[in-house]
Design a protein around this ligand. Structure first.
Ligand SMILES: *Cc1c(COP(=O)(O)O)cnc(C)c1O
Ligand SMILES: [Zn+2]
Length: 421
């Protein structure tokens, strides 16, 4: 029997992706030697030897996969039952787009309505393990929602900096969960810079959703483990909305781990989708640059991916390299088409997404039209966030009448008749 506080991970250390220096598996941000991004490593031989990656435990959360997550003690885990999201085959939408094997992974089902609950559950559990009491983040909404909720569960304090473009409605849940909200007259990158400085000054844990905190991306990779369970292998294509790109990089890391463990054959091509009004990674991909440069004036309805990367372009470069390594692509989509895809997805599948969350579907249409994705390819679009989180943006495209009808059966019948019934 496994005791509750027993060591539960096969995580061994952090390693700098740039200079190779290794560090213990503790909270540390950029590499102290060279400033590079840190990556968690595991003892894969032991994992495959004991065959305990899958269903290690019956927990209905990402913590089923704790052997490959970087938290040492069971009691440190902070979970709201994140992950285990459904994968739907989309017959109707697939037919419309000319695809025989189109699936969506519905991340809107997570506790706070976005996939962010996966990385935050892991990074906040790590903070909990180290006895930290205050966490801070920059956010365009989703990460803040998630952090406020998980901090509440762990009895920690949370501070969330959001840029001007984030509406008060989008931030309500943060405050409801007891988070401290500060709105900054600036972009996501301004919030990022201030959060980084304050976190260093006061030793608050930085949970910003970039590659700065090396533990967050470990939560993202659980999407790959679930896809493998649901499909029996990894797909040909995975389409991911990207800001800095930890979700995309995490999913690809998860796929590579599955390959290392002999559980899958082959790897997917990764497609990163950005909005036309903020597409630093796509710009570098198209011009065949080896490095990503920051974006000047982010402007898009897809708030969750409006990340100009100012001051941390190496994060975008890691995502760019991952996309290229996978044989994938980075493409941009425009706001008008993003908003149209919200209804297109909802009407064909019943899944209601926010603008950033649906860009994977907007992107699949474009990639089929361009002949990059083929008819029989097995394609998974990650739907990253719920429409309920950003009703203001959704409303820009969906007409709804304010007119009220007299409470009479005849009048209602007449109206419905006009609507084609
Ligand atoms: C954060 C976010 C993204 C982008 O994920 P990254 O891992 O930061 O690239 C996409 N969609 C939604 C809804 C998000 O909240
Ligand atoms: Zn280094």
């Amino acid at each position: 029997m496994l005791k509750l506080d027993e060591k539960i991970t096969f995580g061994t250390n952090l390693k700098c992706l740039k200079c190779g220096t290794t560090y213990p598996l503790q909270i540390i941000y950029d590499c102290p030697v060279c400033g590079g991004i840190l990556d968690a490593e595991y003892d894969y031989e032991k994992v495959s030897g004991q065959k305990l990656l899958m269903n290690f435990e019956k927990a209905r959360s990402i913590w089923r996969f704790k052997a490959l997550l970087p938290v040492r003690k069971h009691l440190s885990i902070v979970s709201l039952s994140e992950g285990n999201t459904p994968l739907f085959k989309c017959h109707k939408l697939g037919a419309k787009l000319g695809l025989c094997n189109l699936y969506i992974k519905d991340e809107t089902r997570n506790p706070t309505g976005s996939f962010k609950d996966r990385p935050i559950s892991v990074a906040l559990s790590k903070a909990n393990e180290e006895g930290k009491k205050i966490v801070i983040t920059s956010s365009t909404g989703s990460a803040g929602n998630s952090i406020a909720a998980y901090a509440a569960k762990a009895e920690m304090k949370s501070i969330v900096l959001v840029p001007s473009c984030v509406s008060s409605v989008r931030s309500l849940q943060i405050v409801a969960c007891g988070g401290t909200l500060v709105k900054i007259k600036g972009t996501y990158s301004d919030c990022f810079r201030i959060v980084k400085a304050l976190s260093q000054k006061f030793d608050w844990v930085n949970l910003t959703s970039t590659f700065l905190n090396p533990f967050a991306v470990e939560g993202d990779k659980t999407v790959a483990y679930e896809l493998n369970e649901q499909l029996g292998n990894v797909p040909d294509w995975i389409l991911v909305p990207i800001g800095a790109g930890p979700l995309l990089v995490g999913i690809y890391k998860g796929c590579k781990e599955l390959e290392k463990l002999g559980l899958v054959s082959g790897l997917p091509a990764m497609a990163g989708i950005q909005a036309e009004g903020c597409a630093p990674i796509v710009r570098a991909f198209k011009s065949k640059d080896s490095r990503v440069k920051h974006w000047d004036n982010p402007e898009t309805v897809a708030l969750g991916i409006a990340d100009p990367l100012r001051g941390y372009t190496q994060d975008g470069t890691l995502t760019l390299q991952t996309i290229r390594e996978s044989g994938g692509v980075a493409i941009e989509v425009d706001d008008e088409t993003i908003l149209e895809s919200i209804s297109m997805l909802a009407r064909s599948t019943g899944v209601f997404a926010e603008p950033a969350g649906v860009t994977s579907v907007t992107g699949v249409k474009k990639l089929v039209e361009e002949g990059i994705i083929k008819k029989n390819d097995l394609v998974v679009c990650i739907i990253t966030g719920s429409g309920f989180k950003d009703l203001g943006s959704v409303r820009k495209k969906i007409e709804i009448t304010e007119e009220e009808v007299e409470p009479s059966i005849e009048k209602v019948e007449k109206i419905l008749n006009k609507k084609g019934f």
